[in-house]
Design a protein. Sequence first.
Lengths: 785, 290
Amino acid sequence: MTAASPAGYIGRSVPRREDRRLLLGQGSYVADLVLPGMVHAAFARSQLAHARIVSVDFARALAEPGAVFALGGAELAREMPPIGGMQVTAPKGWAERVDHRITLPPQNLMASDRVRYVGEAFAVVCADSRYAAEDAVEAIDAGFEPLPAVVDPEAASAPDAAVIHPDLGTNAVAELHVEKGDVAAAMASAPHRIRRRIRHHRYAAMPLECRGVAAEYDRRTDSLTVWSSTQVVHWVRKELAFALGMAEEKIRVLAPDVGGGFGGKGHVYPEDLIIPWLARRIGRPVRWVEDRHEHILNAAHSRDNIHDAEIGFDDTGRILAFRDDFIVDSGAYSPVGAGVAYNTTAHLLGPYHIENFAGGTVVAITNKTPNAPYRGAGRPEAVQVTERLMDIVADTLGMEPADVRLRNMIGPERMPYDVGLPYRDGVPMTYDSGDYPASLRRAIDEIGGIEAFRERQEKARAEGRWLGLGLGCYTEGTGVGPFEGATVKVDASGKIVVSTGACPIGQGHETVFAQVTADAWNVPIEDVVVLLADTSTLTMGYGSIASRSTVTSSMAIGDASDKVKAKVLAVAAHLLEASEADLELRDGRVAVKGVPDMAVSLREIAAAAAPGWLSRRPEGSEAGLEATSYYEPPTVTWAYASNAAIVEIEPDTGRVRIERYVEVHDAGRLVNPGLADGQVKGGLVQGLGGALYESIEYDEAGQLLTGSFADYLLPTAAETPPIEVVHMETPTPLNPLGVKGLGEGGAIAPPVVIANAVTDALKPFGVEFNTLPIRWQDVRAAFDS
Amino acid sequence: MKPPRFDYHAPESLDEALDLLADSGPDARILAGGQSLVPALNFRLARPSVLIDINGVAELAGIEDAGERLVIGATTRQRAIETSETVARRVPLLHEATRYVAHLPIRTRGTLGGSVANADPAAEDPAVAAALEATMVCRSRRGERRIAAAGFFIDVLTTALEPDEMLIAVEFPGIPDGAGAAFAEISRRDGDFALAGVAAQIAISNGRVADARIAACGVGPAPLRFRDAEDALLDSACGPEAIEAACDAVAASSDPHDDVHASAAYRRQLAAAMARRALNGARARAGGAA
């Protein structure tokens, strides 16, 4: 890919193309779709955490006014295979290097013989309105025989626990172990050792738009059109083709405007398959729009780890050995396998040089909503462990936490740095570029310096005020494979038309890829058309998960553009009777260098390249200006950040007030700094939600206690402190644009940064905050300890 | 999250509304601002067969200064109370507490009568009514009853209203000269239901507390008025010791519950903490302070 000209669009905060329609109320979401003859689906969802289904009777439901169709899970299971075997598989390099035992439970599209979590669907009803559909759902007569609920992931793994998937024989469905160096020896000989239990709680993606699926079946062509609020349209199509026994080309999956995803819409859900099946079965369009209660019950939850970590170190704070064994509460199924769990392990070492390390994982099935990636995807849990330990090491030695970090950090002179573990793509982890110590020093400077803070803290304590400083550093693998596709063409109007597998969920993809394309082609950005999240525009795509689209789609667009530009130059050379070497592409025209009047426009070139009688392309060349490329990244690029925050505790209530929050973030070269800044800040607010507010709670019977936004507390503008983001831009050598991913970064550090800050504030009381979220009542209790 | 079927009526006069209420049986519900009822309908937690929408009954809205008392119509929006100079001057405790009611869009739609009649134990308006011994004016086709706050709030979401009765106004006594009032509250997020909220009004005369009113929301099954705490202040100079004694009494008399947001023990601590803030605030505003 050619580098952008200095006057190019990359690196500028180009206003979002999406905003005009969204701000004028002209966006269109799944819930805005009204199709002729459409019926509305509603699901009957289990109110018990674990039970055998004894009977499901639809007689009364179908007698409700407006009811059209009803179906139970057992009947559906005879029509469609379970989800399973389709989800993320282990790459070869990974499987060879990581000891693993993985037996994923199959997930029927709806519960057929037993329900395994509160909210699991066991029947679906279609009716003339959503109101009527909910009335009919209420009229389903279903009988259940309760089974013991397995709620605690440690108890789930015990030999005497009730087994939730009897065919598997155990609730511990995956075990992983990876090691480098000699942990046992290094730990045994370390001058200091500490062990801690560290817990990261359960919370989840809460996009403003819940999920939704609409589908229309065309009998004449035996084809389906499916609109899903998803981050992975091609993945949905692939599974649909398999589940329905149809050719992929007979299925078009689109994501219209999507009001946030955050990973929660990043895999295929049963509803993505059930709604199209219903549309084909009933012969009428079907729409299902998830309501908020359903979303909290049934859309994937995330995080939820218990770590037992041990760290060995010397008197200078040098880390000699690090061991972490953790259990992941997977809920009743495991929609994306052990990927998130391993992602936690892979991020435990962070920006530090630690020679001896072992990570062990158990993935436990429980009677809760399934666990899947949410912004951060295993990293916030890892970073909580490592960064709490850094502070505890500092406390043990009487050192500043910053100094312990700096003592162990990998300096820029060691880049690229071989971590010694495989990444989840199977490739050995190699930190590609960056200056970790500089980033931490910058964060400390931005927050006002350690010494100045310590003076202030001491003065405040004398006045009965409790201030704390928290730090947190991390590395983040971004731009993961396996691939992304793009098709680039010059159409008859002379516009550059780009389609790629990225699925926008609010990041500004239409703008970012227009910038990348405009620079690749040296055309005004207005001449670029960007088509996204529509399987009809691209044969194979992957989707927007894992902080990957700016890297992978940009590369695919660049590669496809190079192919098409070669054709353009060949045709132009033919038209201008000039040598290709003498031509340049500028402002939508190809001109002879130094002779601007000798030029042809892209529109003229497109006409000349077209097939047929009027074609004026070179003899023997292929007609058309179109190419598709699939970019397969060699491995991930490593973004990183350092965070610093100051909190103040109210002693009479335990309330934690965040005075300032700073993140110094490096995602390589930024395509659109304004959008990057907004995206990192949004992630930070979600991280702060996880630190202090958001928590999914179950009781001992597996009943969800936080089923609405009155009890599941999302932070709002009022809870958001002043946030400052500083962007360092160290390009990655792994791609010609130098870009890394940044979709998740913000959400990773705040939970541990706030935990560190609160622990620092209450240091005189000797209380450690190793369990999330941080509850004011626990903070208040520290004053009584 | 769609409500089950119900019949809907939108009367334009009070008499019409009361007739509908009398004729619809015990299953009917009155729809005022809808900020609690509509979510309950959508969750199918409330399943009335009849909804009587009183938003069109003009005579139920308004703030009337009636000498010693301020009469506030049941459908007066909380936002109207928040922005009323009359309320700020005559019943400053209500004025200050209203700012803690949820969020602006909710206050814009929510009504005083709706909040009082709904009797959510964490809601601010009932606590203010309890502190100030407000009078609930209730009307049915059978006639009018005037119920003092002490007899009106019975339990969680339960009041002394009969099924055919409607709360039509709340009468608040105006603040006496020289008295000060303050409301303090803590909630998990700005605008959430109170973990603990305390309403306090203190009248100081010749350096001594002549009258004290303390009530709380969020720490019992109904708004709680704390007579012991008031007694601890009466005739004192309202110094730090008397205030601490009152706060201790608030904590002791609170009857909080455990839930996912806070333990009962923590709520009790918060009740004392909010009492301290409210009492210090009220004392600072009271004239004739010692």
